[in-house]
Ligand binder design. Structure first.
Ligand code: NCD
Ligand code: ZN
Ligand code: ZN
Length: 359
């Protein structure tokens, strides 16, 4: 084990390409500012927010409105646009990326996904897949086969349209292998650390894609250790505790406040090295989002190398519950700076004026 206890590390700002900041019709679950507070507490200086808001962001007008609101946050804000009914909306909005959900496939079919891919190829945007083929869903069951079937579909879209593709929150070591050369992939802290055996809370452990078996989870960790994963991203997806404790809990896990610490725990456990931590949660994701988060630009995170116990009640946003409750994590975020200003230090988000991107 490392003998670095109680020393500090200065690291570049971290970048989470997959978060749900809700707001609008779902502001009771989380708000843009609440999400930004969680990001800052977690050492994250830039995020890629998801379009499954209420309403879902399927038009250029909604895309612009949301980007405008996001630009007032103390972090760098990017947004993945939702699948529009009319691909003309993509040409109007010119998003850097488009997010495909299984629901979009059900609603519009794979042919429409391919049309979106062609538009994306023209615009130079990135096609981000929540990769589960809904044809394989059986009632509430969403088996691993749904992921493999979608990977094949996404590969066809890549081949036919030439657009850049990213597969988010992948859960199978096989997906990491199959995507080599034509798509980038990310994994979440929960699919790396939690499985059907060690995560027991019915509501808090409920997420899409589902937690897998311990064997598949260990396979995913091995793929990470082997350098086959491009990006680490939370899929921070807030719901209220009441919803999560209900008889029909909505899927989604909160982890943004502690995701970096969970990754640093994998460093301490010897699964990845410190270069991997920076590559997985800063360099590669910053390239996917097209943001510059270097230390030289005043974006950095200070971490204290100490063990601490994860407590959802100490999170900085609206979501105060997590299946990682009680986890012993390593590496506490003690300061986060964006654009040369410290917005988080010693447990307090204390300056919430906007970060002005001078790029
Ligand atoms: C996400 C949400 O709640 O918005 N839920 C989830 O379980 N991951 C949607 C999603 O990312 O698929
Ligand atoms: Zn998803
Ligand atoms: Zn998500």
């Amino acid at each position: 084990p490392l003998q670095l206890s109680n020393s500090y590390l200065i690291l570049p700002g971290f970048v989470d390409i997959h978060v749900h900041f809700r707001d609008w019709g779902l502001a009771y679950k989380e708000t843009l500012m609440g999400g930004a507070r969680s990001a800052l507490a977690g050492g994250v200086v830039a995020v890629g927010d998801m379009p499954n808001t209420k309403p879902h962001i399927r038009t250029a007008e909604l895309y612009r409105r949301r980007m405008e609101e996001g630009s007032r946050l103390p972090i760098i804000y990017r947004l993945h646009m939702g699948v529009p009914e009319d691909v003309g909306e993509l040409h109007a909005a010119k998003p850097r990326s488009v997010k495909i959900y299984p629901e979009d496939v059900e609603r519009y079919g794979w042919g429409h996904v391919e049309a979106v891919g062609r538009a994306c190829a023209e615009l130079g945007c990135l096609l981000v897949f929540h990769c589960e083929d809904p044809a394989y869903f059986r009632g509430g069951d969403r088996p691993p086969e749904a992921e493999l079937a979608c990977v094949e579909r996404a590969w066809a879209v890549a081949r036919r349209t030439g657009t850049r593709i990213h597969l988010t929150h992948v859960t199978l070591p096989q997906t990491a292998e199959l995507s080599r050369g034509w798509a980038t992939v990310d994994v979440t802290p929960h699919h790396l650390l939690l499985d059907r055996e060690n995560c027991r809370h019915r509501g808090l452990c409920h997420v899409n894609p589902r937690l897998r078996t311990p064997e598949l989870r260990r396979g995913l960790l091995a793929a990470l250790a082997a350098g086959m994963i491009d990006v680490y991203a939370t899929d921070h997806a807030p719901h209220t505790l009441e919803e999560k404790n209900s008889g029909d809990p909505p899927p989604g896990i909160c982890s943004l406040d502690v995701a970096l610490s969970l990754l640093l725990s994998l460093w301490r456990a010897g699964v990845v090295d410190l270069g991997d931590v920076v590559r997985l949660y800063s360099c590669r994701p910053s390239r996917l989002l097209g943001v510059d988060v270097g230390i030289e630009r005043g974006l950095f995170t200070v971490v204290k190398l100490e063990e601490f116990v994860v407590r959802g009640g100490e999170f900085a946003g609206s979501c105060l519950h997590t299946p990682f409750e009680g986890f012993r994590a390593f590496g506490r975020v003690v300061a986060t700076a964006v654009g040369g200003r410290v917005y988080f230090s010693n447990g307090e988000v204390y300056d919430i004026s906007p970060h002005v991107d001078r790029a």
